[in-house]
Ligand binder design. Structure first.
Ligand code: NAP
Length: 544
């Protein structure tokens, strides 16, 4: 792409993306008097819940954690379920739109395709919209709020284009395609992350037969979904401010935290009682309220795995399925690949119409016209194949936009051999640009809105500071960035997450650099580091 044509529309800030981070910035920056607009490629608000609308898609954080803390929003909204599904999450975004009066400053179906730094004028020249109908704007600052999962990851087996049946990726799901559409069909699902687990639960109830291709079993935890009445929520609304404050002070941004004392202080009997207690709470308690040592010491982790295995194996009837889904020998350390919350996953896998294809033992060769060919020569035929194979997380979304910083250097080039940043918010050579809930933030190690609010409050204060001091541009000091990136890698290397096989470390996408993509020190340390920079005149940034 050549130079972006001049534009008559000049903004203080362009926000890219209409999920939680985008909504927060639009509302807050506008309130503070900045001239701000929001563009989103999707037809409406909702971020991840626009494209991830597969059957059963719902959030794994319980109410009211998965929401913004603006009183205008939570005082006038009640959820119908403890863990809301995507349709209700979209309605929640509609509600935010209404009470925060957002839409008038938004343009939808407006995919940002290019953003080039204009050194002479200290601003970004931006192109958005479909080919042939592009819009150009200039913005002093650009804030990318695309989330960590805006680029899907397709499996690399050849022949995908040859398949003649119905094939969809969970991350690009057609709006309105419900589980009932699979009634009477022979269906395959590839993948068993959160998306695969949720799809399996719903589609397994309707399909004539369902084959779930699983490479690594998910170490799922029981969700304990429940209907929520408005009365119950209203009765607790006075406590919401404390809950929202609390989520800024715990490792993962929930309202509960790890046990930071030495796990060895407990006898095996005491440990068992402790595990029983946090297991009984359901949800992520067994993951995030456990000993912190679970994530630093393998022998401690093994006790958590063994407990999980015992509980889960008891729910699986068929010995072969049991041995694969909840093996005595662990497939990996517990919790270092994201566990999913399940409602009836194991019950659906128990059904006779559902079989498991263990992909490591029975490797896939290719897609064919009618289905999936296995390496042993067998062809399995399906009416529909669902790819629940995840995302090129954290950095993938940035590859879909032609972002060029100082001296025209593309971001893809700068991050070609791994990403670097300061505070998971900005990267050197790309002035006046922030990214939220992406690389090096607490991101996927946290509840989304918790991290979003912490980061967005900081970036809004930063932009006020720039305006008050009449500064034109900011950039990250390259040395600070190098130190921060190493610091984050060191934090990660001390944990068991560092060796995990999945997307937390970039290991799910062939050719991607393996590195700590999330800030691994927990939210309290992250907040401390944000404050240290801010309190010292935004130390680590070069301003002009
Ligand atoms: P994911 O966690 O990356 O899971 C992808 C699955 O596909 C894994 O089971 C993976 O196996 C498998 N896979 C990938 N490539 C494969 C291949 N070539 N052949 C066979 N299997 C393959 O992706 P996801 O389930 O979409 O979830 C991603 C994240 O998005 C979640 O962890 C969560 O943070 C977020 N999410 C959240 C929710 C929620 O809150 N409820 C719902 C959906 C997504 P391996 O493990 O062996 O690599």
């Amino acid at each position: 792409m050549g130079a972006i044509p001049a534009s008559d529309e000049h903004l203080d800030v362009l926000v890219v993306g209409g999920g939680f981070a985008g909504v927060y910035h639009l509302f807050e920056l506008r309130r503070r008097g900045h001239n701000v607009k929001l563009f989103d490629a999707a037809p409406d608000f909702g971020g991840i819940w626009r494209l991830n609308c597969y059957p059963g898609a719902r959030v794994d954080s319980e109410l009211p954690l998965y929401g913004l803390s603006f009183p205008e929003v939570y005082k006038t909204w009640n959820w119908s379920e403890r863990y809301p599904g995507f349709k209700e999450l979209r309605r929640y975004f509609d509600h935010m739109d209404k009470v925060l009066n957002l839409r008038k400053d938004c343009r939808f179906n407006m995919r940002v395709t290019a953003s080039h730094w204009d050194e002479a004028n200290s601003r970004w020249n931006i192109t958005a919209g479909p080919e042939g109908k592009e819009t150009h704007v200039t913005a002093k600052n650009v804030i990318f709020c695309m989330g960590f999962a805006s680029k899907v990851n397709f499996p690399t087996y050849p022949g995908r284009e040859n398949y003649k049946g119905t094939m969809h990726h969970t991350g690009l799901w057609p709006d309105g395609l419900e589980a009932e559409a699979f009634k009477g069909k022979k269906v395959a699902i590839i993948g068993s992350g959160a998306s695969g687990v949720q799809c399996t639960q719903e589609i397994g109830k309707h399909a004539d037969s369902l084959s779930v291709f699983i490479r690594t079993p998910n170490l799922c935890l029981p969700m304990a979904q429940m209907k929520m009445s408005a009365d119950v929520q209203e009765a607790f609304k006075d406590a919401y401010p404390d809950i929202f404050e609390k989520r800024k002070k715990t490792f993962a941004g929930f309202h509960y935290d790890f046990d930071y004392d030495d796990w060895k202080r407990h006898t095996p009997e005491q440990r068992r009682a402790f595990y029983e207690e946090i297991w009984a709470k359901k949800g992520f308690h067994f993951w995030l309220e456990t000993y912190v040592d679970v994530y630093y010491q393998k022998d401690c982790n093994r006790t958590a795995y063994d407990f999980w295995q015992e509980k889960t194996a008891a729910r699986i009837h068929d010995p072969k399925k049991r041995a694969f889904l909840a093996p005595k020998e662990w497939p990996h350390t517990f919790g270092t690949v994201r566990p999913s919350l399940e409602q009836n996953y194991y019950d659906v896998l128990n059904q006779e119409n559902v079989d498991i294809v263990p992909v490591k033992e029975q490797p896939i060769e290719s897609f064919t016209e009618k289905g999936i060919k296995m390496k042993n020569g067998e062809e399995k035929q399906f009416d529909a194949i669902i790819l629940a194979t995840g995302f090129d997380t954290h950095t993938g979304g940035f590859q879909q936009i032609d972002i060029r910083g100082q001296n025209g250097v593309p971001l893809t080039k700068k991050w070609g051999d791994g990403c670097n940043s300061f505070l998971g918010l900005a990267t050197a050579g790309f002035p006046n640009m922030f990214f939220l809930y992406g690389p090096h933030g607490p991101t996927a190690y946290s509840n989304g809105p918790s991290t979003v609010e912490i980061q967005a409050e900081w970036t809004c204060d930063f932009l006020d500071y720039m305006r008050n001091k009449q500064l034109k541009s900011f950039d990250v000091d390259p040395k600070t960035e190098e130190e921060f990136t190493k610091h984050n890698d060191d934090l990660s290397a001390a944990t068991l997450f560092h060796d995990s096989h999945g997307w937390y470390m970039g290991r799910n996408v062939p050719g991607k650099k393996h590195q700590a993509l999330n800030f691994t020190g927990g939210i309290p340390l992250y907040v401390k580091e944000l404050n240290e920079s801010k309190d010292d005149g935004y130390k680590g940034f070069v301003m002009a």
